[in-house]
Design a binder for this molecule. Sequence first.
Ligand SMILES: Nc1ncnc2c1ncn2[C@@H]1O[C@H](COP(=O)(O)OP(=O)(O)OP(=O)(O)O)[C@@H](O)[C@H]1O
Ligand SMILES: [Mg+2]
Length: 503
Amino acid sequence: MTEKLVITGASKAFPGVQALDDVSLALAPGCIHALLGENGAGKSTLIKIITGVHRPDAGTVLLDGEPVQFASPREAIARGISAVHQERNLIPRFSVGENIVLENLPRRRGLVDYGEVRETARRFMAPLGLEIDPDTPVRNLSVARMQLVEIAKALSLDARLLVLDEPTASITPYETETLFRLLRELRDKGVAILFVSHKLDEVFELCDSVTVLRDGRNACASRPLEGLDRADVVRLMIGREEQTARRTERTATGEPVLALRNVGTELGHRNVDLEVRAGEIVGLYGLVGAGRTELAKAIIGAAKVTSGEVQVDGKAVTIDSVATALSRHRIGYVSEDRKHEGLILMHSVRRNVAVTVWGRIARALGWLPNRAERDAVTPYIDRLQVRTPSLAQPVSLLSGGNQQKVSVAKWIAAEVRVLIIDEPTVGIDIQTKVYLHELIHELAAAGTAVILISSDMPEMISLADRIAVMSEFEVVGEIDNDHDATRMGEAIMARIHKVEGAT
Ligand SMILES: Nc1ncnc2c1ncn2[C@@H]1O[C@H](COP(=O)(O)OP(=O)(O)OP(=O)(O)O)[C@@H](O)[C@H]1O
Ligand SMILES: [Mg+2]
């Protein structure tokens, strides 16, 4: 069998970083191949070489046995290569439909045929369970739905080589299952699929073979996944055994720091009751579209509370802006959307982390020297192992996972009383995830009230004390977490299905 894709000796340097060094990979048709490695290992760089975004400094790429050197992504598409990139590439002000068919806009007598746009878009949305109006502007969608739109777009190109860079990072296991069914169908039709994920369970469930990168080099190249177990793969990725999380003992104390009483919002929440005490981690679990991120936005004043009461320290408050939430009530929100809300991409790593601590430094010193900024930032950058040539590096040039670390570090550094953390470990590699979980435990142990929004069930079960289950913008149940993964998982899904089955 001829290989679909063979990469030999690929190297690529950026200023201060050798992103890829002599990397090889071979991918057969009808095969799903995992590309694994820690944050910054070089996965996305390799994918960008395959898809014509970057040109390699050295090495060859063979497509169907023939050497190729794409000058642009469009050339790669023309040769039957379709990709979902890690950083989303949708055009926010365009509709879902326009985005999906962007590469081949259907025309009639010179004009875009919008009937056809909608119809084609629906055809690729339906199998993914994406039931929204194709005329909706993409900027109105949640991160999860944007991810599904991006996948629909990639599938619409009918490619023979499909490259997926963390396609499941922002969607829940439920949507993931649907995607995997589609991918297996494509594989059975002979499509070659390259799949990047930090969720190893998914990799073992879906993939046939694997390439692991470590520091830009092959830790292994194109081996069958059969015969390898999780520990083997982790060892290849990090070069040693995986460390497990230390749990800091803690007890929740006193009255709730933050409480929602019968809250309704302009976004559609109804009768939401929720409390969180100092030292407590309360989880919010739900499927895509359950209204968890939207609830966070209402709490921090980015959306209006229209009924009921928000209480801080037992007193009713009105939080009308994110600035009030932080400065008056010391409530912070780690956004799931790092690209649009969490980070200023062209600013340095240092600036991005320091922005939440400026007030504190300036109050203490009366001014803001660079040194104080650096000292405030460095411990968090170290703890989360942010891989960057320097603190002055623009965040836009970091790998996806390292950007995510910066976005979380900024809010941990803020030392707020209530921290709402939305999907903190999306795109973060397994070892860093352990460090981040330790940090969240420590934060709570030091008295922060934490609200954790996560679609990662094991993460939820490992971190939360109580889990509030949301469905269709209501809290439909609250469960004390006994940390038994199977029992908790079943209890949570039972709540969701009871409600969603009933409507
Ligand atoms: N355009 C760029 N300019 C400078 N450095 C870059 C650029 N793109 C990537 N890098 C660097 O190259 C290295 C590899 O990055 P890459 O994005 O390929 O990692 P990755 O394996 O995809 O990581 P992640 O799991 O975090 O997505 C990183 O050190 C990153 O900071
Ligand atoms: Mg990447």
